[in-house]
Design a protein around this ligand. Structure first.
Ligand SMILES: [Zn+2]
Length: 145
């Protein structure tokens, strides 16, 4: 990777693996007028029969690139949010035996997202059929208070 890409506030943009792009892409962005070149390589010129240009070393995008600030939805992150405790009985749970429970069941249209998924111990998740959903929701709200 040849050229460092900076966001409009000068923080590096996460373009994998680093905030860097190859020189071909760097020149493409330059031509598309999407970037401002801050620094050039002194000794690196690329040529074609009809043009030549120095290769940019550092560029800044003209439009701010929004970064995702919300953590990725995953079993680990949900368990972390719920502080490694079952949200129904408050028993500590390890990542190896935590289960992801739909507060509002999938069968009733509940979705798999941050708002509807909680960490649950195996026992509470398997007694799901014995409890009504409303009872569970009430228990959950009490635990969160
Ligand atoms: Zn539990």
């Amino acid at each position: 990777m040849d050229t460092l890409m900076l966001n409009k506030d000068a923080s590096p943009i996460s373009i994998l693996p680093l905030s860097a792009v190859g020189w071909q892409d760097a020149i493409k962005y330059m031509w598309l007028d999407r970037v401002t070149v801050l620094e050039w390589y002194d000794d690196w010129v690329v040529r074609s029969p009809s043009w030549e240009t120095r290769v940019p070393a550092v560029m800044m995008v003209k439009d701010y690139v929004r970064k995702s600030t919300y953590p990725r939805f995953s079993k680990y992150n949900v368990t972390l949010r719920d502080k490694f405790t079952c949200q129904y009985c408050t028993t500590p749970v390890a990542l190896s035996n935590v289960t992801m429970d739909h507060v509002y069941p999938v069968s009733m249209g509940g979705s798999t997202c941050w708002e509807n998924i909680v960490a649950s111990c195996m026992k509470c998740n398997t007694t799901k059929g014995l409890q009504t959903n409303q009872t569970k929701t009430r228990t959950l709200q009490t635990n969160l208070l």
